[in-house]
Design a protein around this ligand. Structure first.
Ligand code: SAM
Length: 208
């Protein structure tokens, strides 16, 4: 991977329209949402945020189990796809916000749960992101982060905007601990199969 690839933004707008057409993505989002719901007892009194929501494949699975969910993404195209789904389904508890690494969110808004699926590896400064999550959570709030387990760099055919080749369990645990989270658990929840290759997916659960 070259420095240029790593610093260039990946163009998620360009793939937004066809994002949901890949069955693997829909299946994975369902597995991640199921694993989050098995790990945490979601409450209809919780306000949640899904960071890097994309077209809302995970967001919309979690929405019926919480009071509200804010889908945050840096891609207008992804959020437009989610907006169309929200309109079509008539869901009243899902909102969208365009933001990159959370500078645009009102500090007045706090959440009981922050989730993120397959987005961390696109974020350069994970420690900074986790500190932002911490600032946005209510005391006692929960974090649920799903991403690739450390891989050899072959997961993405195009390395643009890929800052991490997944994460080891130890690395995730330490990042969460340093950001002030407790009750940290990291487990393997599924695998993404690409031809002959298998890429395990981790779910990290933590609390404030
Ligand atoms: C691989 S997709 C995952 C989408 C969705 N969570 C899912 O599981 O289908 C990564 C998403 O993260 C978003 N993203 C990447 N970098 C971001 C950033 N710095 N801030 C906010 N969103 C970002 C992208 O626009 C994209 O929608």
């Amino acid at each position: 991977m070259t420095g240029t690839d790593m610093t260039k933004q990946r163009d998620f707008d360009a793939v937004a329209a066809s994002w949901d057409e890949e069955p693997r993505r829909v299946t994975l989002a369902g597995e991640i949402a199921d694993a989050i719901m098995s790990s945490l007892r979601l409450s209809p009194e919780w306000d949640a945020m899904d960071f890097g929501s994309g077209t809302g494949l995970v967001t919309l699975r979690l929405a019926p189990c919480v009071r509200s969910i804010l889908a945050v993404d840096s891609s207008r195209g992804m959020l437009d796809r989610l907006g169309a789904k929200i309109q079509a389904t008539g869901l009243h508890n899902v909102r969208t916000a365009m933001a990159e690494e959370l500078p645009g969110l009102s500090a007045a808004e706090h959440f009981h749960l922050i989730t993120s699926a397959m987005t961390l590896h696109h974020i350069q400064d994970i420690a900074r992101l986790l500190r932002s999550f911490r600032a946005l959570l209510h005391p006692g709030g929960h974090l649920a982060l799903a991403d690739l387990e450390a891989e050899d760099g072959t997961f993405h055919d195009d390395p643009t905007g890929v800052y991490h080749h997944g994460f080891s369990r130890e690395e995730l645990t330490e990042l969460l601990r340093q950001a002030g989270f407790t009750s940290i658990s990291v487990s393997s929840i599924t695998e993404i199969v690409k031809g002959e290759r298998r890429f395990p997916v981790l779910l990290a659960i933590a609390a404030l």
